[in-house]
Design a binder for this molecule. Sequence first.
Ligand SMILES: [Cu+2]
Length: 288
Amino acid sequence: MPSRINQSRSWCVSARVIIACLVAASAAAQTARQVRGAAAVEPLQNEPPAKIVIDPPLAEPLSHGRVVIQYRTENLHIVPVFGPAALAVSPRVGHIHVTVDDAPWVWADASGEPVILNGLLPGPHKILLQLESANHQPLDQGTVKFTVPEALIAASAAARTAREERGVAAVQPLQNEPPAKIIIDPPLAEPLSRGVVFIQYRTESLHIVPVFGPAALAVSPRIGHIHVTVDDATWHWADASGNPVIINGLAPGRRKILIQLVNANHQPLDPGAVQFTVPAAKPQPEAH
Ligand SMILES: [Cu+2]
């Protein structure tokens, strides 16, 4: 059946043209490997070095005093997996450490979501994002500097309508939901003895989800996230990962961490606080 053969030949030719066009079009774009890193089957030693690429804070939220920093990683997957055994995992996994204004302490974030901070005082600020291996070894880092505007914060706070402040009214099914609650455990004893604050929590009648804004108030089941404040600071960071709160490097002494359950539009639903003592560093045994 020669006509069939001709048909399939001409199909092949046009398919080749299409493929050629597709290749040409995507040549400008990055390959999947360039963006996603090594495939999971490749040995770790073949992976190029891990990198972090950080954007400046989003301009519009910053004008309201809200700091939203997007970042992406190369050759490392952000995963909430920790410890020396995870160093052998391929593709490479890790997380970030966030430092605000040269503080001696950091918090760990393994969500891969943007870093969000609220309540920083007007003026210049500096956020350091360190890319860490699963065992907390630094791999790469970057700093963003920005200024929280003064006049705009006051202006926007005064100009807020009730609707902006409260968001849209919740729909009927949501009203039938029992109040959202947060249950916070004391910091785990073993990490705390090493100065690492590891706080687990769970929520009731609210799902922790990285979805924000007034429209999300109408979502049922109720969604929200947490705001974490250290030692009565003016500012807090937002966490919508549902992972434990991990802070390292706090100075020894009595500490207070506020973990506030908030709705998707950042209004408080249930405040939670843990108080604990960071022990003084144990003297290191002398090396012989
Ligand atoms: Cu929030």
